[in-house]
Design a binder for this molecule. Structure first.
Ligand SMILES: C[S@@+](CC[C@H](N)C(=O)[O-])C[C@H]1O[C@@H](n2cnc3c(N)ncnc32)[C@H](O)[C@@H]1O
Length: 228
C-alpha cells in the first residue's frame, strides 16, 4: 500500500491499495465509519476512502476541481447535510480547530446524522430550513469561510444567495451542487445549468463548473467566490 498527499489540497490523500487508487482523508476518529467506507492503516495512521459515487465533493475532486478552500481551522456552513457523508470528510480536513455547521430539515436523516455528530466535535447539527437563514443565524458564531450547498431544490441558487448574504465572509468561497432535474425536468440539463450560473453571477465569481458524470447524472458542481 502507498499513501500520497494530494498535490495541492491540504488534508486530501490518494491511497494506492488492492491494485486501485482511492481518494481519502486521514481519520480524525479512528475506526469510526460514516457509511461503511474502507479504512486503510499506514504507519500508525488511518485513512478513510472518500467515494466519488457517494460524495459530490469527492466526485468534483476526481474530475479536476482546482480550488479547495478547506484546511485546518476553516469555518464551514453546510446546507443539506443528510446523514453526514460529505460533512464527515470535510470534518477530517478542517480538524478540531475548524467547525462545520450542518443544516438539515428532514427529521429522519437528522436523527441518523446526530449519532455521527456525537463523536465529531467539530460537526454542529442545526435542524432547520436552509431557505430561512434568519432562523439559525444566531446559532452560528461569526461568518463562515466556506458555504457548501447540496439541497436538490428548485430554488437552489436563491437559497445560496440568501445564506451567503447573511453568513458568508466577503470574498468567501461557495460550492453548489446543481441538480437539473430538481429545477426543470423539461429542459436539457446544460440549459438549466447555464440559467443557474447566470443567476449566480450577479453575486458570485464563478471559478469553475464541473459536470459530475459518471458519478452523478445531470449534476453540475460550481466553485464560486462571493463578490466583495
Ligand atoms: C442530496 S442530499 C445531501 C447529501 C449530502 N450533502 C452529502 O453529500 O453527504 C440533500 C439533502 O438536503 C436536504 N434538504 C433539502 N432541502 C432542504 C432545506 N430547504 N433545508 C435543509 N435541508 C434541506 C434533504 O433533506 C437531503 O437530506
Amino acid at each position: 500500500m502507498k499513501i500520497e498527499k494530494h498535490a495541492v489540497f491540504e488534508g486530501v490523500y490518494w491511497v494506492f491499495a488492492e491494485g486501485k487508487k482511492f481518494l481519502a482523508t486521514k481519520s480524525t476518529i479512528k475506526n469510526f465509519k460514516i457509511h461503511g467506507e474502507q479504512l486503510f492503516e499506514s504507519k500508525g495512521e488511518q485513512f478513510r476512502a472518500w467515494d466519488p459515487y457517494t460524495s459530490k465533493l469527492a466526485a468534483a475532486i476526481v474530475k479536476g476541481l482546482k480550488t479547495f478552500p478547506f484546511k485546518k481551522g476553516t469555518r464551514v456552513l453546510y446546507l443539506g447535510s443528510a446523514s453526514g457523508v460529505t460533512p464527515s470528510f470535510i470534518s477530517d480536513v478542517i480538524g478540531t480547530e475548524g467547525l462545520i455547521y450542518c443544516v438539515e430539515f428532514a427529521p429522519r436523516v437528522m436523527r441518523e446524522f446526530l449519532m455521527k455528530c456525537e463523536r465529531r466535535e467539530n460537526m454542529l447539527p442545526i435542524m432547520g430550513d436552509a431557505r430561512r437563514p434568519d432562523t439559525y443565524e444566531e446559532t452560528i458564531e461569526g461568518k463562515s469561510d466556506v458555504l457548501y450547498e447540496d439541497v436538490a431544490q428548485p430554488d437552489q441558487a436563491e437559497i445560496l444567495v440568501k445564506n451567503a448574504e447573511k453568513l458568508l465572509k466577503p470574498g468567501g468561497s461557495a460550492f453548489l451542487a446543481i441538480k437539473s432535474q430538481s429545477i426543470d425536468v423539461t429542459k436539457p440539463p446544460r440549459q438549466v445549468f447555464a440559467q443557474v450560473l447566470a443567476k449566480l453571477e450577479e453575486k458570485f465569481n464563478v471559478l469553475q463548473a464541473i459536470e459530475l458524470e459518471p458519478f452523478d447524472k445531470d449534476h453540475l458542481f460550481a466553485a464560486l467566490t462571493l463578490k466583495k
